[in-house]
Design a protein around this ligand. Structure first.
Ligand code: AMP
Ligand code: GLY
Length: 420
């Protein structure tokens, strides 16, 4: 099987790496990819959000399967165009990707499917926002309805700050005001072919920029799996109470959802609640979940591209190992990342037992002599080991070998769960 992976982050590097490990996969091409991916697979330039361009590339390569990594191509209709061009695709239609693209739509589907989530009001005026803030009380949660790359949500005790964020969002669309959910957050990726659902191992990510969950929200600064503190039946609960009802509701509406339904959940004192859906794999959680998956990835993703095929897939197998990933970010990330810094020590990092390095914002140096940073999140360094403590040691040992002037990373990824 020949697979084309769309995207250029560490999530896509993890997908490429796992696909290359699958004896059933003959060839992996990434588009556009990044410097690290180009060391292990060929990369093709493409405008990832241009549906016709991606479909044409898939045809030209004779790909048997296209795997779409990020949300923007999905919302733009890349999966639709690829399928219309006759190539199987892992990823939902634009219509189904609205589960991520519109928070109001996701709330409506959850209500119809009786899925537990925060109480919410969709508001189109400042007066409605003010009334909703008062109804739910502090802490206040105000969300931009549309895609905002993790920056559309404000959680605050200050009513004025909540109102100011709402005002900024109302300029271009509705806002969602929610009740605050307490309790730890987990990510559960539910694979689906539009009918059946199979959950991957739960993971937890660290969204804030600084140690101790301080600082601004980011795309994610690290992640780990498994979650020793979570209920043993968490994945099963998420399938039964969240993912299967949503997949059934989408099918009932004539807009089946296939690919991965990323269930972002809060384990609150009143039980499990959905915080958000994404229509794609999470980054950096994918880096740790795939490090633990023993079942070859290609056949699993291909099964999701054919309605009804998932039920014939044998149960997924998992390695005993735990995995921890720590993100190395550019100086100034997330507010104003500075790019173009030279990366050193990548080979030393790869040589650390149990560790591997996944690239995100990297590029080949213009003079061809090395690798430079080209984005906010630069690398995801992954460590695996018999338990979280050892996985964490491997990840931080490898991270310590990498040098990038002014780079930022957190020192407390998985620390509490590993008993560090
Ligand atoms: P979202 O874009 O909906 O995932 O929100 C981003 C982050 O804001 C989440 O990962 C949570 O940490 C936080 N958040 C969102 N909704 C809530 C809520 N209702 N209660 C508490 N925190 C929330
Ligand atoms: N790790 C959060 C996300 O992928 O949205």
């Amino acid at each position: 099987m020949d697979v084309l992976v769309i995207g250029s982050g560490a999530r896509e590097h993890a997908l490429v790496r796992a696909l290359l490990d699958d004896p059933g996969v003959d060839r992996v091409v990434a588009a556009p990819g990044n410097a690290g991916i180009s060391l292990v697979a060929s990369c093709e330039p493409v405008e990832a959000t241009d549906p016709a361009a991606v479909a044409a590339l898939a045809q030209r390569l004779g790909a048997d399967l296209v795997v779409v990594g990020p949300e923007a191509p999905l919302v733009a209709g890349v999966a639709d165009a690829v399928r219309a061009g006759g190539t199987a695709c892992f990823g939902p239609s634009a219509e189904a990707a609205r589960l991520e693209g519109s928070k109001a739509f996701a709330k409506e589907v959850m209500a119809a499917a009786a899925v537990p989530t925060a109480m919410a009001r969709v508001c189109t005026t400042e007066e409605e926002v003010a009334a909703a803030l008062d109804a739910f009380g502090a802490p206040h949660v105000v969300k931009d309805d549309g895609l905002a790359a993790g920056k559309g949500v404000v959680v605050t005790d200050e009513r004025e700050e909540a109102l100011a964020h709402a005002r900024a969002c109302l300029g271009h669309g509705p806002v969602v005001v929610e009740e605050f959910l307490d309790g730890p957050e987990v990510s559960v990726f539910c694979l689906t072919d539009g009918e059946g659902v199979v959950a991957l191992a739960p993971a937890q990510d660290f969204k804030r920029a600084l140690d101790g969950d301080a600082g601004p929200n980011t795309g994610g600064m690290g992640a780990y799996s498994p979650l020793p503190w979570a209920p043993a039946d968490l994945a099963e609960q998420v399938v039964r109470r969240v993912a299967q009802p949503v997949v059934d509701e989408m099918a009932r509406r004539g807009t089946p959802f296939s690919g991965v339904l990323y269930c972002g959940l809060a384990l609150t004192s009143r039980g499990l609640r959905v915080v958000e859906f994404n229509a794609r794999f999470g980054d950096p959680e994918t880096q740790v979940v795939l490090a633990r998956l023993a079942t070859p990835l290609g056949e699993v993703l291909r099964a999701c591209a054919r309605p009804g095929a998932l039920r014939d897939l044998p149960p997924l197998r998992w390695r005993e190992d735990a995995a921890v990933t720590v993100v190395l970010a550019a100086p100034g990330y997330p507010e104003a990342p500075v790019t173009g810094g030279v990366l050193r020590g990548l080979e030393d990092a790869e040589a650390v037992p149990g560790a591997h390095v996944l690239h995100a914002g990297t590029a080949l140096a213009p003079d061809g002599t090395g690798i430079v940073s080209s984005g906010g999140r630069v690398l995801s360094v992954v460590g695996t080991g018999a338990d979280l403590a050892r996985a964490r040691e491997a990840a931080y040992a490898a991270l310590g070998s990498v040098h990038l002037d002014g780079a930022r990373s957190r020192s407390d990824i998985a620390a509490a769960a590993a008993g560090a």
